[in-house]
Design a protein around this ligand. Sequence first.
Ligand SMILES: NC(=O)c1ccc[n+]([C@@H]2O[C@H](COP(=O)([O-])OP(=O)(O)OC[C@H]3O[C@@H](n4cnc5c(N)ncnc54)[C@H](O)[C@@H]3O)[C@@H](O)[C@H]2O)c1
Length: 308
Amino acid sequence: MKVTVVGAGAVGASCAEYIAIKNFASEVVLLDIKEGYAEGKAMDLMQTASLNGFDTKITGSTSDYSKTANSDIAVITSGIPRKPGMTREELIGINAGIVKAVSASLIEHSPNVTLIVVSNPMDTMTYLVHKTTNLPKNKIIGMGGALDSARFKYRLAEAMEAPISDIDGMVIGGHSDKGMVPLTSHATRNSLKVSEFLSEERLSQVAEDTKVGGATLTKLLGTSAWYAPGAAVSGLVQAIACDQKKMFPCSTFLEGEYGLDDICIGVPVILGKNGIEKIVEIGLSDAEKAKMQESAEGVKKTNGLLEL
Ligand SMILES: NC(=O)c1ccc[n+]([C@@H]2O[C@H](COP(=O)([O-])OP(=O)(O)OC[C@H]3O[C@@H](n4cnc5c(N)ncnc54)[C@H](O)[C@@H]3O)[C@@H](O)[C@H]2O)c1
């Protein structure tokens, strides 16, 4: 199992670290455009191997895609992150060019690769990869919902003063401050609806805090977060690498599901060795359906800025 991570910055390195610590991949290649940067991160991470007890071999490369040849899975984190006050959509100008070029180079050296898109605005970058490469749609996966769901569970646990392991919940829709749809009506604590524990008002506050989860951290850190994004990506990579058939909300190309067409947006999917093995259609309330439609309109507006 060979995994390439393009972009050895905050998210890419965190992702490589979590993949290595979980010890399921034989090789992780980190690639960056900055001279020596990926090699340095790879060497530093390899020096944690004896301390953290993993056997995954991590190597680095400066823009040499031959080192990524025959990757089973590749993660695209290259591009600029947002600064405090910025929206993810504002990154499109720079990141679209980077994601387009990076995905083409990856596929040239690994024609059977499964791509996980992380660079923002993620749903639009996933759509861009869908429109500009010939990969089948099950092999193009956008990561956003897994992270947003982890943030949702964190906020639910905080509100209920409960351990996070008691909580289950999911965020679908676009990966943006306005577009996320935290499914409060489906969230549970040990199979009981969270509405048994929290007032409607407190639940809406949890949903709002979840939606601005990234912006809250960007304000505190001065750049976007990396630990939870890296961990979320590693979860998707492991589900595919180990054929786990796990369900995550991921951005995927829809053709009629959820009443949506010609768009990549977050919905629950089953991940296994074939990438996205199934799109799961769940029953949504009228309010959730309306939020999903509104979210899709936002993503389509951003997609409209692409020069395809
Ligand atoms: N989808 C999500 O849930 C999620 C979460 C967090 C961050 N992000 C996004 O991930 C991206 C990376 O964030 P970060 O914090 O790691 O940024 P960062 O600046 O720390 O790292 C980005 C890296 O990409 C490299 N890079 C730029 N152009 C490249 C190219 N053409 N080829 C190879 N490498 C190139 C840069 O040199 C840099 O090292 C941003 O777009 C950010 O918004 C997405």
